[in-house]
Design a binder for this molecule. Structure first.
Ligand SMILES: [Zn+2]
Length: 209
């Protein structure tokens, strides 16, 4: 969830109006509506959600009618785990509060070498809109089958790489074995991701010459 208005922090910043065009602006009205409806349903399925089960019925009726509410498919993608919304990259259950809590990079790996950051300068919540396939100018990827909630940090780690579910990698990728025939995981066809059945993930971060 991107935040456009900053609260009253210690350091005042003037960054001007939001820049660029957002994914939703490319999608047609119905696609946008169904994306929003699925995202609302996923908010209701977060841990500690403030919404009652009564509210969810109408949302589920819309999504079922559009054949979007496929629990088996959502679970295979890692978008739902144990009946809660989860991050498809790290598979951790998402808590309702994380949709609103501002991201503090101090807690994250790799923060140690970064320069000290201005308070709230990331302008991002801990959990963000997450696309399973990266957004490209050449195709419309802001669709209900491609969106969910995920950690802002996982989104950043993934970069422009497709978040391929481990089940898909097992059926389509190549198994990587090390040492005494120990299985490390399965490599994607584009050789950009390795995932193991126990949840480990490796992502390619640069290309050689
Ligand atoms: Zn995550």
């Amino acid at each position: 969830m991107r935040i456009f208005t900053l609260g009253s922090g210690q350091l005042e910043k003037n960054e001007g109006p939001p820049q660029g065009i957002f994914a939703t602006e490319y999608a047609d009205e119905k696609t946008n509506f169904l994306c929003q409806t699925l995202l609302v349903w996923l908010i209701m399925k977060t841990k500690n959600s403030k919404y009652s089960s009564q509210n969810i019925d109408h949302i589920e009726a819309i999504l079922t009618d559009e054949k979007i509410l496929d629990l088996s498919a959502l679970t295979k993608k890692g978008i739902i785990q144990e009946n809660y919304t989860s991050c498809p990259l790290c598979k951790k259950i998402i808590e309702y509060e994380q949709l609103h809590k501002m991201l503090e990079l101090d807690d994250e790996d790799g923060r140690a070498n970064a320069a000290e950051q201005v308070s709230e300068s990331t302008r991002s919540t801990e959990v963000n809109l997450f696309h399973m396939k990266p957004l490209l100018y050449s195709s419309l990827e802001h669709t209900p089958v491609n969106i969910c909630w995920g950690h802002a940090v996982c989104n950043t780690k993934l970069g422009q790489i497709e978040c391929i579910p481990v089940d898909t990698l097992i059926s389509t990728g190549d198994e990587i074995k090390i040492n005494n025939n120990e299985s490390l995981g399965w490599l994607s066809k584009d050789k950009k991701m390795i995932r193991s059945s126990n949840g480990d993930t490796w992502i390619k971060i640069s290309n050689g010459s």
